[in-house]
Design a protein around this ligand. Structure first.
Ligand code: KIV
Ligand code: NA
Length: 268
């Protein structure tokens, strides 16, 4: 899957995207035929124990992206650029984004967008680094704006629509719309030729993205706009409790779990 294949799906077929942060999860998502795997900066809250996405470092993003890329054969792997790894200067932004492709094996990068990312998107796509834009709720602005629902008044909605068009013009191959009113997402989807990928943005986007932990039921809670199709956390709890019980009761290891003679043969 390449950026141009994702672009070609706009208005033709629904686009699917899930996050993944590690190799075994990426393998499952990839084998299911999901179009794109986002190594979200949500790795910060979902995997690394941070309170927000802001502390995630470029090295952490590179490490998780590389794990996902090694396990993925077909899906487009998108590295979600962490807070302050882009935007301060064009040069540093280009280098940091390029590193995700050159060193970590990503196929594209995602940027939380504003007026400051139009030129960067243009430069990156000129250089051959596919860019996924992200508008609406942009959690990296938490300290400035809080995590409120954006685009709910006319002016904010117009700004999102204008920035969407500007990033398409600059060469972005798709646009994530997070937590914007469904009618705004529908209007932006109508306006653009590139696919819109919604999260909490209603049914009219060209595609949908969710955090995989919520889909799997591996997180402690599920966002109101999300949904679980599994109970992985429950399975984990059952498995760990079963192990503990069996060791404490002496049921594990049983004879069939022991291979002392073979081990000795291997050693001597
Ligand atoms: O980091 C993330 O998981 C994201 C998605 C919610 C789009 O940016
Ligand atoms: Na993100």
């Amino acid at each position: 899957m390449r950026a141009k294949d994702i672009r070609a799906k706009a208005g033709v077929e629904p686009v699917t995207m899930l996050t993944a942060y590690d190799a075994p999860t990426a393998e499952v998502v990839d084998e299911a035929g999901v179009d794109m795997i986002l190594v979200g900066d949500s790795v910060g809250n979902t995997q690394l124990g941070y309170d927000s996405t802001l502390p995630v470092t470029l090295d952490e993003t590179a490490s998780h992206t590389a794990a996902v890329a090694r396990a993925t054969e077909n899906a487009l792997v998108v590295a979600d650029m962490p807070f302050l790894s882009y935007g301060a200067s064009l040069e540093t932004g280009v280098e940091n984004c390029g590193r995700m492709l050159k060193e970590a094996g990503a196929d594209a990068v995602k940027l939380e967008c504003g007026p400051h990312t139009v030129e960067l998107t243009d430069r990156l796509t000129d250089l051959g680094v596919p860019v996924q834009a992200h508008l609406g709720l942009t959690p990296q602005h938490e300290n400035e704006t809080g995590l409120f629902r954006q685009g709910t008044d006319g002016e904010a909605a117009r700004e999102i629509a204008d920035l969407a068009a500007a990033h398409e013009e600059a060469g972005a191959f798709s646009l994530v719309l997070e937590h914007v009113p469904a009618n705004l997402a529908a209007a932006v989807t109508d306006d653009l030729e590139i696919p819109t990928i919604g999260i909490g943005a209603g049914p009219d986007c060209d595609g949908q993205v969710l955090v995989v932990d919520e889909v799997l039921g591996r997180s402690t809670g599920t966002a109101p706009f999300s949904k679980s199709w599994g109970d992985v956390r429950g399975e984990m709890e059952r498995a760990v409790a079963g192990y503990k019980d069996d060791v404490e009761s002496g049921d594990f290891p049983a004879a069939e779990h022991s291979h002392y003679e073979e081990r000795l043969d291997d050693v001597y």
